[in-house]
Ligand binder design. Structure first.
Ligand SMILES: [Zn+2]
Length: 308
């Protein structure tokens, strides 16, 4: 039978997002399933397979791509702790569940597939060399070179959030180190800096709140609050520095900035871009900076992109 569709599946800790696409990458349908993490997550893949069988004619499916939270190499995820998984051969296990043996199955890290999604159908459409920074609770990343995802030896390719940028190593990271980009530039990192600096100026509006958010810091910075501006300048300075390092390694055409913090908009992009040019070598031509466009659907688009 004619192959007409691609399936992109973003397996998250609370929800599984399933997207059905045509071969050109246009989304036709999408569904959300709750993630069943009981029994060490062993029901997740069978439940996905069951759902697909019920809702899609798999004979018309060319490929099924997955994005999963954890490092992936050769179809195998290691330490998928958010799913209750230890080491799982996603491609092998899922292929066994399929009765149609001609369907391509691929899997990659969720941040990497988000980068692929933005390249396939979002902010970086038409570019071959792309670096995505996803700035949310943490800082994730993904790198595409010559149109291909860079997963790397341990599936840690593009893990820009753990670049050591704060040489003073003031804040501890989830990875066990301190000084990572994530500790000073994620939503959590921005709050770290705000708490550190607000005591220096009792008139800063940041002192009016017990519970700070990155959005508050950006909103006050846009209104000219001196401490909030200092925090934004410092956080974006670290991001700019990280972008300059990425540039010297893989020289991307475009940097895409996504995740919850990116709702700060063009203000955030302008801050990163202006500081980037203080770091990067003058021999490198103008890199583009853009806001991500697909929001939390990027993973589905990118998961499908793997099997296009
Ligand atoms: Zn780290």
């Amino acid at each position: 039978m004619m192959k007409k569709y691609l399936i992109g599946i973003d397996v998250g800790g609370t929800a599984i997002k399933i997207g059905q696409f045509d071969l050109a990458g246009v989304m036709i349908n999408k569904w959300d399933l709750p993630t069943n993490k009981t029994d060490c997550g062993q029901h997740i893949l069978p439940e996905i397979s069951h759902f697909l069988n019920e809702n899609i004619n798999l004979e018309e499916v060319k490929g099924i791509g997955f994005g999963v939270p954890g490092p992936v190499t050769a179809g195998v995820i290691k330490n998928g702790v958010n799913l209750g998984w230890d080491t799982i051969d996603v491609v092998g296990e899922f292929s066994k569940l399929l009765t149609n043996k001609d369907i391509i199955v691929k899997v990659s890290n969720d941040a990497n597939v988000a980068a692929a999604g933005e390249t396939f159908c979002g902010a970086a459409q038409g570019y071959q060399n792309v670096c995505l920074f996803t700035i949310g609770t943490g800082v994730g990343g993904g790198i595409i070179i010559m149109g291909k995802l860079v997963d790397g030896h341990d599936g840690m390719g593009g893990e820009v959030g753990h670049m050591l940028v704060d040489q003073k190593r003031r804040f501890l990271c989830n990875c066990g180190k301190s000084g990572c980009l994530e500790t000073v530039a994620s939503a959590t990192g921005i709050i770290n800096l705000a708490k550190l600096y607000r005591i220096e100026d009792p008139t800063s509006k940041l002192n009016r709140y017990d519970r700070l958010s990155a959005k508050m810091v950006f909103d006050f910075a846009k209104k000219g609050d001196r401490i909030a501006l200092r925090v934004v300048d410092e956080a974006t300075n670290y991001l700019a520095y990280a972008c300059s390092l990425v540039t010297l390694v893989v020289n991307p055409d475009i940097f895409v900035i996504g995740g919850g913090v990116s709702y700060a908009g063009q203000f955030l992009i302008d801050k990163i871009e202006s500081q980037y040019y203080q770091y990067v070598t003058p021999f490198i031509s103008h890199a583009k900076f853009a806001l991500a466009q697909l929001g939390n659907e990027a993973g589905m688009y990118g998961a499908a992109y793997q099997v296009r």
